[in-house]
Design a protein around this ligand. Structure first.
Ligand SMILES: [Zn+2]
Length: 242
């Protein structure tokens, strides 16, 4: 039972609805540590989801799009605290030569293949996020499969590791997208419209989007509310003692 927190950038140089101020992020990490909310790796969190006998509660830190900012600023703050996160990577962004000219992001500074290898070596995780970040729900079956497969191949070629979780670009998935992703991944994250991580809905795990305007009080309230919603949703798993 865990709440996935969704971030994109933590970059004071970028003013954008998806860039959380560095000081706010630092306070959030310190509050998680001080309040005893466990920061789980995504591997541990989803393993617990598949094994109801294991009682695990906490949050998972997710960072979409594979920004350079994630492997520099964010990674430094995480490493200082011994915390881990998962970064959702678009395969085409690992190399400027394959990155499309027209992409829907606040920054074009992405992590390189070497950066992602270093990220993994430091104990962090990587997730799939499609090859070029299209709206998967608008694609025909062939293009949809190509987006998911090319991403998997690129990440695996760059890192030697095959991601086991997927973050839908724009957080959106329909039945066809879930089917294609579900043939390749066991777990996938949406932004809204899904349910909190639940063994019966592994391909539509909702995330809590952390917004730049949130002060610490709002962050605490939102995380607390989401954890409470998870507990209500999965009473059997949270009352069982291991
Ligand atoms: Zn994205």
């Amino acid at each position: 039972m865990f709440v996935p927190l969704m971030y994109h950038l933590v970059d004071d140089r970028v003013e954008h609805p998806m860039s959380v101020p560095q000081d706010a992020f630092r306070r959030q990490l310190d509050w998680l540590g001080a309040s005893g909310v466990t920061v789980l790796t995504v591997d541990r969190a989803v393993a617990a989801l598949d094994n109801p006998g294991e009682v695990t509660e906490g949050v998972v830190l997710t960072f979409d799009d594979g920004y350079l900012n994630t492997v520099t600023t964010v990674r430094e703050m995480l490493d200082e605290r011994g915390l881990h996160a998962v970064m959702a990577v678009c395969g085409s962004y690992l190399d400027p030569a394959t990155t499309p000219a027209d992409i829907p992001h606040a920054s074009r500074e992405f992590a390189s293949a070497q950066d992602v290898r270093d990220w993994l070596a430091a104990g962090h995780d990587v997730a799939g996020h499609s090859y070029t970040h299209p709206r998967l729900t608008t694609l025909d079956r062939r293009d949809l499969e190509a987006e998911v497969d090319l991403d998997l191949e690129a990440v695996e070629a760059a890192t030697g590791r095959r991601p086991t979780t997927f973050c839908y670009p724009f957080g959106k998935a329909d039945a066809a997208v879930r089917e294609v992703v579900g043939q390749r991944y066991r777990h996938a994250f949406v932004t809204d419209g899904g349910s909190w991580p639940d063994p019966t809905h592994p391909l539509a795990m909702r995330r809590l989007e952390v917004r730049p305007a949130w002060d610490l009080g709002t962050f605490r309230a939102e995380v607390g509310r989401a954890l409470e919603a998870c507990r209500r949703q999965a009473p059997a798993a949270t009352t069982r003692s291991s």
